[in-house]
Design a protein around this ligand. Structure first.
Ligand code: AAO
Length: 527
C-alpha cells in the first residue's frame, strides 16, 4: 500500500471516529429537547385520563392556556386485575404492544394525538419497556384488548414474546427478584416487584420495543417518559433509542428526534446514578420534589431562603438534563421514592406554593401533576388504599372528566393544572422563558423573592408572620395584576394589584393568613 493511501485510511478512520462521536453526542442532546411549540414550557401528567377527554382538554384548556405537552398513561395493552379491583398500577404490567388500554382504543389514541398536535400541545407516552406483567399474573385473556397470555409460561403471543425473551437465567438472586439495590447487576437483570424482566440485550426484544415506540412516533407523539430505566442497562437503551424514527413532519421540523426522559430514582446512596443515563436523554430529578417538600414543610431546619442557589447548587443534575416535578403518580401515594416530605394536592396550600416556585424557577423541564382523588386511609404511615384506580363506573371503565362551571373538575378528578394559581404560573413560565434568575431577596427565613430578568417577579411568605417590604423587581414601571390571588381580565385585576415605580421598586404585603401567601406578576399581567 502506498504511503499516501495509508495516510488517507488513517484519516478516514479518524474522521469515522469523530463522526461516531458527533453522532452519539448529537443524538443524546437532540433527545433532551421537548420540542414544545410557540414558546411553551410546561408538561402536565394527565394521569389515567381517557384519550377522548385529553383530546377535548387540549382544545378547550391546554392549548388556550399555553401548556406545552401532556404525559399520558401507558397506551399499550395491559393486564386487568380483579384483586385488588382494577388498580391504577395494572397499566404498568404490559401484555402486548397493541394500543388498547383503559384509556381507550387505538382510534381514540390517534384522534387525541392529532387534535392535541393541531392546537400545539405535544403528547409524551409513558413507555413500559423493562418488563411485562407480574410473574403471578396468571393465564388467560384478562387483558385490556383480550389477548391471551400466560405469565407462568412466559408466553405473550400478542407481541410475541416467549420464555427466551426474559432474563430468568441471567438473574443471579435466589428468588429471581431484586433483593439488594446495592448490586447493579441484580437491579438490572432481576425482577422489579415480581415483574417479568425483558432481555433487552436480545436484538429481537430491542426490535419489538423499537417497533412499538416507532408506531407511536409515526402517529405523531413528541417523545417518551421511559419507565424503570434504573432497571435497564444504558447500553441496551442506547441501541433502542438509536433505532427510533424522527418525529412526524406534519407537526415537527424535519430531523427532530423524540424527547426522551428516563425514570431513574436517584436520591443518592445506590451504585446506579442518573449520571449513567444523562447522555441518552433527560432524567427525572427525584431530589427536587423531595427537597422542595422538606423546605416548604420547614422540616429538618430547612428554610426557604436556603434556596437562593436552588438547582445544581443543591446537588441536582446539570440543568439541561433534568425533568422536575413536585410530586408524581407514585410518590403522591407512597410508592417509589421521596417519602413523607412530598407535597401533593392533599396539602393544597403548600402544593400551590411549591408548584409556583418550580414554575417560576428556570431549572429543568417542569412537569405538573394532575391527579384523581381516592379514599386515602393511612395506617402507621402507609396508605391502605394506595392501589385505588381512577374514578370509574361499576364495570371498571374509567369515568369521563366533568368540568364544573368554575372551570374546576368534578367526579373525583382533581385537575391541579386547572387551579387558577397553577394555570397562571404555567403562563408565567412561558412569559419569562429564557430570562435569568435575578433580583433575589430574602429575610434570612422563609420570605423570599426573585425575578426573571425584566419579565416576571414572584414573592413568597412561608413564615408565620406578615411580609411587608419594598423590593427591586427589575420590571418596567406600571400597574400589574397578581396572577395568584386573581388575574388580569380585560382592563382590570380580579385580585391584588402591584404598583411598580419607574425605578423598578414595588411594595408587597402578604399576610401569613392569606389564602395563598405568594404574589406573582409578569409582563403580560400589566394593565
Ligand atoms: C404491583 C404490586 C406489587 C406486585 C407487582 C407485580 O404493587 O406488589 O408484586 O404489581 O404483580 C407500579 C406500582 C407497583 C406495581 C407495579 C406493577 O408502583 O406497586 O406493582 O406498578 O403493577 C422502584 C423503581 C421505579 C418504580 C418504583 C415504583 O426503581 O422504577 O419502584 N417506578 C415505576 C413506575 C411505577 C411502576 C413501575 C415502575 C413498574 O413509576 O408506577 O410500579 O412499571 C428505592 C429505589 C427505587 C425504587 C424504590 C421503590 O427507593 O431507589 O429505585 O423504585 O426503592 O422500590 C428512600 C431511598 C430511595 C428508595 C426509597 C424506597 O427514599 O432514598 O432510593 O427509600 O425504599
Amino acid at each position: 500500500m502506498a504511503a499516501g493511501q495509508c495516510v488517507f485510511l488513517a484519516h478516514r478512520r479518524g474522521s469515522m471516529k469523530l463522526f461516531i462521536l458527533l453522532a452519539l453526542f448529537g443524538l443524546g442532546f437532540a433527545q433532551h429537547n421537548p420540542h414544545t411549540k410557540h414558546g411553551r414550557t410546561a408538561i402536565v401528567h394527565l394521569f389515567e385520563w381517557r384519550w377522548a377527554d385529553i383530546a377535548a382538554e387540549c382544545e378547550r384548556f391546554l392549548g388556550p392556556n399555553g401548556f406545552g405537552g401532556v404525559q399520558i398513561s401507558p397506551p399499550n395493552e395491559h393486564i386487568v386485575l380483579n384483586s385488588p379491583w382494577r388498580p391504577w398500577w395494572q397499566r404498568y404490567q404490559p401484555i402486548s404492544y397493541d394500543l388498547c388500554s383503559r384509556s381507550g382504543s387505538e382510534n381514540e389514541l390517534r384522534d387525541m394525538i392529532t387534535r392535541c398536535n393541531n392546537v400545539g400541545v405535544n403528547i409524551y407516552v409513558d413507555a413500559i419497556i423493562n418488563h411485562m406483567c407480574g410473574a403471578s399474573g396468571g393465564e388467560g385473556d384478562h387483558s385490556s384488548c383480550g389477548s391471551w397470555f400466560s405469565a407462568g409460561k412466559r408466553d405473550f403471543p400478542g407481541v410475541p414474546y416467549s420464555h427466551w425473551d426474559f432474563n430468568d437465567n441471567k438473574c443471579r438472586t435466589g428468588s429471581g427478584e431484586i433483593e439488594n439495590y446495592g448490586d447493579a447487576s441484580q437491579v438490572r437483570d432481576c425482577r422489579l416487584v415480581g415483574l417479568l424482566d425483558l432481555a433487552l440485550e436480545k436484538d429481537y426484544v430491542r426490535g419489538k420495543v423499537a417497533d412499538y415506540m416507532n408506531k407511536l412516533i409515526d402517529m405523531g407523539v413528541a417523545g417518551f417518559r421511559v419507565d424503570a430505566c434504573k432497571h435497564m442497562w444504558p447500553g441496551d437503551l442506547a441501541v433502542v433509542y438509536g433505532r427510533l424514527h424522527n418525529l412526524n413532519t406534519s407537526w415537527f421540523p424535519n430531523g427532530s428526534k423524540p424527547f426522551i426522559y428516563q425514570e431513574v430514582i436517584d436520591l443518592g446512596g445506590e451504585p446506579i446514578t442518573s449520571t449513567e443515563y444523562v447522555h441518552l436523554g433527560r432524567v427525572t430529578e427525584f431530589k427536587y420534589g423531595a427537597k422542595l417538600g422538606t423546605v416548604f414543610r420547614k422540616w429538618n431546619g430547612e428554610k426557604l431562603f436556603y434556596t437562593r442557589n436552588w438547582g445544581e447548587g443543591w446537588g441536582f443534575m446539570p440543568d439541561g438534563n433534568a425533568v422536575v416535578f413536585v410530586d408524581n403518580h407514585d410518590n403522591q401515594r407512597g410508592h417509589g421514592a421521596g417519602g413523607a416530605s412530598i407535597v401533593t394536592f392533599w396539602d393544597s396550600r403548600l402544593h400551590k406554593m411549591a408548584v409556583g416556585y418550580m414554575l417560576a424557577h428556570p431549572y429543568g423541564v417542569a412537569r405538573v401533576m394532575s391527579s384523581f382523588r381516592w379514599n386515602r386511609h393511612i395506617v402507621n404511615g402507609k396508605d391502605q388504599n394506595d392501589w385505588m384506580g381512577p374514578p370509574s363506573h361499576g364495570d371498571g371503565s374509567t369515568k369521563s372528566v366533568s368540568i364544573n362551571p368554575d372551570q374546576t373538575c368534578g367526579d373525583g378528578w382533581v385537575c391541579e393544572h386547572r387551579w387558577r394559581q397553577i394555570k397562571n404560573m404555567v403562563i408565567f413560565r412561558n412569559v419569562v422563558n429564557g430570562e435569568p434568575h435575578s433580583n433575589w431577596w430574602d429575610n434570612q427565613s422563609n420570605q423570599v423573592a426573585f425575578g426573571r430578568g425584566n419579565r416576571g417577579f414572584i414573592v413568597f411568605n412561608n413564615d408565620d408572620w406578615d411580609l411587608d417590604v419594598t423590593l427591586n423587581t427589575g420590571m418596567p414601571g406600571g400597574t400589574y395584576c397578581d396572577v395568584i390571588s386573581g388575574q388580569k381580565e380585560g382592563n382590570r385585576c380580579t385580585g391584588k394589584q402591584i404598583h411598580v415605580g419607574g425605578d423598578g421598586r414595588a411594595h408587597f404585603r402578604i399576610s401569613n393568613r392569606d389564602e395563598d401567601p405568594f404574589v406573582a406578576i409578569h409582563a403580560e399581567s400589566k394593565l
